[in-house]
Write a protein that binds this ligand. Structure first.
Ligand code: HEM
Length: 121
């Protein structure tokens, strides 16, 4: 058996670093930054939600306590371009954290598979 994606992304610390970088990139990505200016949670809370969501979703401990992706994004009318911007930021954060191509592809696939729960809901 190969290691879980959780382990290959560097475990809890590695994923926390990646999630922090993804949120930081969102905050300065002109395509989506306005979305994160008037949200209910703080950027720190969003970083924690993103990290725990990834930890749980990649085979790590069950630490995610937030909403499911449909509930979290429902009513925001998120466009396909905004979804792509989030994937761009994820890819850039993975590269910055020296994650291998195989793992980058797996993460991108997992994120892409949530498109129907996030876009135009
Ligand atoms: C596969 C792609 C995505 C994933 C995995 C994801 C993940 C998450 C997670 C885990 C939360 C926290 C939910 C909670 O704690 O209850 C969240 C919240 C949020 N997401 Fe996403 N997201 C994605 C795409 C997007 C896109 C494309 C946008 C818009 C540009 C977006 C905007 C937001 C905003 C504004 C919040 C905060 C909502 C609030 O404060 O109520 N997300 N997302």
């Amino acid at each position: 058996m190969s290691e879980s994606l959780y382990e290959r992304l560097g475990g809890t610390q590695g994923i926390t670093n990646i999630a922090d970088d993804i949120v930081e990139l969102h905050l300065v990505n002109p395509a989506i930054a306005p979305r994160f200016q008037n949200m209910k949670m703080t950027p720190a809370e969003l970083k924690n939600a993103a990290a725990t969501f990834f930890i749980t979703g990649t085979g790590g401990p069950e630490v995610y306590q937030g909403r499911d992706m449909l509930a979290a994004h429902k009513g925001m009318n998120i466009s396909a371009l905004e979804f792509m911007a989030v994937l761009d930021d994820a890819l850039n954060a993975l590269t910055k954290n020296d994650i291998g191509q195989r793992e980058q592809e797996e993460v991108l696939f997992v994120l892409y598979s949530m498109r129907e729960q996030v876009v135009l809901t």
